[in-house]
Design a protein around this ligand. Structure first.
Ligand SMILES: Nc1nc2c(c(=O)[nH]1)N[C@H]1C(S)=C(S)[C@@H](COP(=O)(O)O)O[C@H]1N2
Ligand SMILES: [Mo]
Length: 386
């Protein structure tokens, strides 16, 4: 597999700048400059997996040096390991309530589309201290709706189900009974969402065929949503009338939160779908007397209004957007030059506000969220300045 070297990244940056392509996602963050050092985080876990071959790989944001995450650093997590699928014999089957059932090879899919999408996402279980279940990719593939329109959804096809090739034994509880059955990883989208312009069938990441970790040879990407709907090793699309209530749709990935509705607390259970507005300090470096603080920002596609930083008990100050991360569904990087930091321990916390006026909540604001998923709370990062 081809690896993008620092020199190539620099070359890309220079070419993009030379062509006046401001705002084109590229490799904007410089790697460490001479004399620049990474500032240690005090709130970093002891157990942190970055082994490229690991079944569960976390992204180490302290090493963040490119707007797009290299494939071998992209986080990975899954329930049934990595199935191996021969791309030559692979077919994506489209069946159920469609006029023209289909069985498509990667080559046939390529002929239907071959467009690019920058999309970043996190696992809904991503949280402090490491926040490592996150990545930002340049995906190549076909809009889902191109494939669905080609198959022709029947009028009563209200729910589109996506099955991965990976499967495992599951216990399904029904009242006093328990059934042991083999299930594939599955997620669904309602018809309108499936036919919207965003959902995307990707066969390449950063210009190379998908790796096994990222779902080779084909995966779904639902831009602006959490990772769970991004079904890897996608092998079947089934259109049906009834709601799909498989484990990973209805049970494993859900939130339980209390909401005041007309003056009364209602405990609401919901599926994990849209990304909740989030930012966190991912990297701090020191160069001379200055420190450079970088925050990673995720949205559901709504534009960002501000990202602010608070140092210790200071006032909120504005961070600056990295123009190389302006893609709607990509992660956004914001930086701040911190001057005159005194040696010793400090706390850095970022806060994002979007153009709808939504503000990233504090941990206290989320007190009524019982399940740990969708933790988008402000994350006070403890650093030590030497
Ligand atoms: N087929 C399949 N797709 C899957 C999963 C899985 O277990 N099987 N896990 C989901 C979850 S929970 C997440 S967070 C993302 C992780 O994607 P990545 O490994 O490419 O980072 O894949 C999603 N797609
Ligand atoms: Mo996830």
């Amino acid at each position: 597999m081809r690896e993008t070297t620092r020199r190539e990244m620099l070359k890309t940056t220079l070419t993009a700048a030379g062509a006046g392509l401001v705002g084109v996602p590229g490799w904007a963050l410089p790697a460490l400059a001479q004399g620049e050092t990474v500032v240690p985080f005090l709130d970093w876990p002891e157990k942190f997996v970055t082994n490229p071959a690991s079944d569960r790989r976390l992204f180490d944001s302290r090493t963040l040096s490119s707007a797009i995450t290299p494939a071998d650093q992209f986080f990975t997590t899954q329930h049934y390991g990595h199935p191996v699928i021969d791309p030559a014999t692979f077919r994506l089957r489209v069946s159920g309530l469609v006029d023209r059932p289909a069985s498509l090879s990667i080559e046939e899919l390529r002929k239907l589309g071959n467009t690019e999408l920058i999309a970043g996402f996190e696992c809904s279980g991503n949280r402090r201290p490491a926040q490592g279940l996150i990545g930002n990719g340049r995906w190549t593939g076909v809009p889902l709706r191109t494939v669905l329109e080609r198959a022709g959804l029947k009028g009563n096809a209200r729910e589109i189900v996506f099955f991965g090739a990976d499967k495992g034994p599951e216990e399904v509880e029904f009242r006093a009974q328990k059934f042991s059955v083999e299930q594939n990883y599955g997620r669904s989208l309602p018809r309108d969402q499936a036919l919207s312009p965003e959902p995307f069938l990707a066969y390449a990441l950063n210009g190379e065929p998908l790796t096994r970790h990222q779902g080779a040879p084909l995966r779904l990407i639902v831009p602006g949503w959490y990772g769970a709907p991004n079904v890897k090793w996608l092998s079947e699309i089934v259109a049906q009338e009834d709601q799909y209530l498989g484990k990973f749709q209805a049970r494993w990935y859900r939130s339980l939160r209390g909401e005041m509705i007309n003056g009364e607390m209602k405990w609401v259970e919901a599926a994990i779908t849209r990304q909740h507005l989030k930012s966190f300090v991912g990297r701090v470096t020191k160069l001379g007397a200055d420190h450079r603080v970088t925050a990673i920002v995720l949205t559901d596609g709504t534009a960002v209004k501000t990202v602010e930083l608070k140092v210790d008990d200071g006032a909120w100050v504005a961070m600056t957007a990295d123009p190389a991360t302006s893609a709607r569904y990509g992660w956004k990087l914001f930086t701040y030059t911190w001057k005159g930091a005194a040696p010793g321990e400090h706390t850095l916390v970022s806060r994002v506000t979007d153009t709808l006026g939504q503000v990233q909540p504090t941990e206290e604001d989320l007190a009524n969220k019982k399940t740990f998923l969708e933790d988008n709370s402000q994350h006070p990062r403890r650093v030590v300045v030497s």
